[in-house]
Structure formats: structure tokens, C-alpha cells
Design a protein around this ligand. Structure first.
Ligand SMILES: N[C@@H](CCC(=O)N[C@@H](CS)C(=O)NCC(=O)O)C(=O)O
Length: 219
């Protein structure tokens, strides 16, 4: 039965899962759920994911949701190469870096938040874009301060890319959507360049997904 991922080309959380699977060399099938047109709210998908978000990871018929839980599960069923170090202090640091975007920064810019700003507070497209820029920049600035305190060598935790790098690269993807310059965040930019030089990251970027290509052809 293998691995299926319900995801979406633009979804940063789906990006995190695609990179992890490719770093581990695990083949998978991505089943697209168009979260911009509201496909996540259809009953068929709600049966798959009660939170009505992507990604949902299916392994031999067993489902796991939330990208951090999915990455931890992958490390448990397929430990090499490790995404999360074994040492307790390093594990905690990797998870702390990951949660900065997963828990604190990225949730502020997802479609349901942007849509609620429009519906409940009358925010127009310009205001919503400014909101996205603000929180994406805050996240990048936090990562820049973190990387100044403990420089990447050459990845966030050392020689190999892992959970923290995947999450930082995802924050940078948010900057790409908004066409934000990374000049104020040189350590983040250098780390992202190192990540996107690797095929697992490069081929997982939203702009490389078939859904992006189809969407751009129509606009
Ligand atoms: N914390 C979740 C994030 C899930 C999430 O919010 N996914 C977004 C796409 S990146 C989504 O499906 N949004 C649908 C919506 O906002 O309506 C994870 O890391 O998996």
C-alpha cells in the first residue's frame, strides 16, 4: 500500500513532509487537496482529516496528521538518515527550532486565518498581504537571531540537514510567496541556499510542483 500524502503545492506544511520523505529516499504519492478553493472542507476530506488541513500522511492505510508528528513518525519507522538527533539536548534544540515556525509563525498566515481577516474584519487583499509579510518577517528575524547565537555548521544542527533545516527552509518558502528580499537575514538566506542546493529540498519547493505549474498557466 505504501505511502500517500494528502497535500497541496502551496502548503508549507506539505513541503516539510515532501522534503523529509525525499531525504529518506521513501517513494510516495501526493494526493492534491486544493486548500485555496476550499476542498479541505468537503466531507470526503473531513473523513480523512478532521482538522480539515493538509498534510495527512497515510502509511499502509494508517493515517498521521500534523507535519511535526509525521516527521517524528518517519524518523521512528525509517531512522536513516536521521532528521532528529538522538542526544536529548540536541533533540530539544531541533524541536525548538521546528516549533518556532510550526507553532508560532506559520499558523498566522494559513488560508483560514487570511480568510477570517477578510470575512470578520473586512481586511482587503492589501491588508492581508501586509499581515502575511509582517508575520513571515517576524519568523525570519527570529531564525536570524537564533542562527547568530548558534551558527549553522553548515546546517542548523551540524553536518547534515534535518528537522530544523526543513522548518527554516519552509519559512523561507513563505518569503518566496511574498517576494520578500532575504538581505536582512543573511544567515537564514545562506542556510536556505545550502538546503535548496539539495534535490530533496529543490524538488519539494512549491514552485516545482505540478499544481503550481497548472495554477500559473491559468492566471
Ligand atoms: N500545524 C500543521 C499545519 C496545518 C495547516 O494549517 N495546513 C495548511 C496548509 S500549510 C492548511 O491546510 N490550511 C487550510 C486552511 O487554512 O483552511 C502542520 O504542521 O501540519
Amino acid at each position: 500500500m505504501g505511502i500517500q500524502v494528502y497535500g497541496f503545492w502551496r502548503s508549507i506544511a506539505s513541503f516539510r513532509v515532501r522534503v523529509a520523505l525525499r531525504l529518506k529516499g521513501l517513494p510516495f504519492e501526493e494526493i492534491p487537496i486544493d486548500i485555496l478553493s476550499g476542498e479541505q472542507f468537503e466531507p470526503g476530506y473531513e473523513a480523512v482529516n478532521v482538522e480539515r488541513v493538509v498534510p495527512t500522511f497515510i502509511h499502509d492505510g494508517h493515517s498521521v496528521f500534523q507535519s511535526l508528528a509525521i516527521l517524528e513518525y518517519l524518523d521512528e519507522i525509517h531512522p536513516e538518515p536521521r532528521l532528529i538527533p538522538e542526544d536529548a539536548k540536541e533533540r530539544a534544540y531541533a524541536r525548538s527550532l521546528a516549533l518556532m515556525t510550526i507553532a508560532d509563525s506559520h499558523p498566522l498566515v494559513v488560508p483560514r486565518v487570511r480568510n477570517h481577516l477578510a470575512r470578520a474584519f473586512g481586511a482587503d487583499a492589501k491588508a492581508i498581504e501586509a499581515w502575511g509579510e509582517h508575520w513571515t518577517t517576524e519568523g525570519l528575524a527570529t531564525y536570524e537571531r537564533l542562527l547568530a547565537r548558534r551558527p549553522a555548521a553548515p546546517f542548523a544542527l551540524g553536518a547534515k540537514p534535518g528537522l530544523a533545516d526543513i522548518c527554516i527552509a519552509g519559512q523561507v518558502v513563505g518569503a518566496h510567496f511574498l517576494k520578500l528580499g532575504l538581505a536582512p537575514f543573511p544567515a537564514v538566506a545562506a542556510l536556505a541556499d545550502r538546503c535548496f542546493a539539495l534535490p530533496a529540498f529543490a524538488t519539494s519547493h512549491p514552485f516545482e510542483q505540478p499544481g503550481f505549474k497548472t495554477a500559473s498557466a491559468h492566471h
